[in-house]
Write a protein that binds this ligand. Structure first.
Ligand code: CA
Length: 291
C-alpha cells in the first residue's frame, strides 16, 4: 500500500473532534514507512490546518469533498470550483427556503448572520413536535458545525458575487428531515453538480467533477501510484466515491451500512482508534511480505 486516504469526521476524529494519540502515532509511523498519507474531508482546507496545528503531522489535504487539493506545505495544488452563476443560484434558493447554510470558498466559510438564529428556531420546533428528541443532541450537532475555523458572516448572498471568490462547496444543514428531503429533490440528478451528504443533518453541493474519488485519482496519478495500491478509510456517504476506486476499502465500525457494505474490511469505531487499527494491519502485511 503506497497511498492511504483518510476521512476526518467519524473516522480519524473521535467524538470529541480530536485526533487521539494512538491515531497520531499510527500516521507518523505510516509516513516514516514511506506511505503517502492523505486527509480527505468535506471540511474546508483552513479548518483542517487548524485541526492539525499542534500535531507535528503534515499531509496532502483533499478538502471541500474533493474540490480542493493542497500540498503538505499548504499550497493549492488544484481546485474545481462550482460555476459561479450555478453556485449563486443554489445559494439564492437555500436563502429563500430558510436554510442554515455554509459556503466554502478560497477566502472563508461564508454563512448568513441569521443562520444560527434559524437553527435555534428549528431546534425548538423539532423538540416541541417530538418529545423523544433530546435537545442536547441537537445542540451538540449545531455546536460541531459552529466549531469550524474560518467563518465570515454575511448579511446578503450578494457579498459572494465578487469574481475573486471561488466557491468550492455549499453545505445546507437542517434538523427537519422534510427540509433535507426537499433540498435533495431540488439538487439530485444534476449533471453540473455533485450532491452528497457527510452527516445526519446536511447535504452538500460541489462541481460535478469534484469528489473525494476524483481528487484521489488525481493525486495518485500525480505520484504515479496505481489505484490498486491505494487505500481509503471512511464512514459516510461522501466517502463512497473514494472507497469505490481505492484498491483497499476500509469502513469504520461506526460507518453507515452502505459504506460497510462496499468495504473489504471493517475496522474499529472512531472512538476506538479505528484508523490506527487499520494502519497496524498494513504494517503487519508489509512485514510478512516477501522481498
Ligand atoms: Ca466522515
Amino acid at each position: 500500500m503506497k497511498l492511504i486516504a483518510i476521512d476526518l469526521d467519524g473516522t480519524l476524529l473521535n467524538s470529541q473532534n480530536e485526533i487521539s494519540d494512538e491515531n497520531k502515532t499510527a500516521i507518523k509511523q505510516a509516513q516514516k514507512a514511506g506511505i503517502e498519507v492523505v486527509i480527505a474531508t468535506g471540511r474546508a482546507h483552513f479548518d483542517v490546518q487548524e485541526i492539525f496545528k499542534d500535531t507535528e503531522i503534515s499531509t496532502w489535504i483533499i478538502a471541500a469533498n474533493g474540490a480542493t487539493i493542497h500540498s503538505p506545505d499548504g499550497k493549492l495544488f488544484s481546485s474545481v470550483p462550482i460555476d459561479k452563476e450555478t453556485a449563486l443560484q443554489a445559494i439564492a434558493w437555500l436563502e429563500e427556503e430558510g436554510y442554515y447554510y455554509e459556503v466554502f470558498s478560497n477566502e472563508a466559510i461564508y454563512t448568513p448572520q441569521k443562520g444560527r438564529e434559524l437553527l435555534e428556531i428549528e431546534m425548538d420546533r423539532v423538540k416541541s413536535a417530538n418529545e423523544d428528541v433530546d435537545r442536547a443532541t441537537l445542540e451538540e450537532a449545531a455546536a460541531k458545525q459552529y466549531s469550524q475555523s474560518g467563518f465570515s458572516f454575511i448579511s446578503s448572498p450578494k457579498e459572494l458575487e465578487p469574481a475573486s471568490i471561488d466557491i468550492f462547496n455549499i453545505l445546507a444543514f437542517s434538523f427537519h428531515q422534510e427540509k433535507l428531503n426537499k433540498g435533495w429533490e431540488k439538487f439530485k440528478g444534476r449533471d453540473d453538480l455533485t450532491l452528497v451528504t457527510s452527516a445526519h443533518h446536511n447535504f452538500e453541493l460541489e462541481h460535478s467533477q469534484a469528489s473525494k474519488g476524483h481528487a484521489l485519482t488525481r493525486l495518485a496519478s500525480n505520484f504515479n501510484i496505481p489505484l490498486h495500491e491505494t487505500m481509503a478509510i471512511g464512514d459516510s456517504m461522501n466517502d463512497f466515491s473514494m472507497m469505490a476506486i481505492a484498491g483497499k476499502r476500509v469502513a469504520m465500525g461506526n460507518a453507515r451500512p452502505e459504506i460497510q457494505h462496499i468495504a473489504d474490511e471493517i475496522t474499529l469505531r472512531n472512538d476506538e482508534h479505528g484508523v490506527a487499527e487499520a494502519l497496524k494491519k498494513i504494517y503487519a502485511e508489509k512485514a510478512s511480505a516477501p522481498f
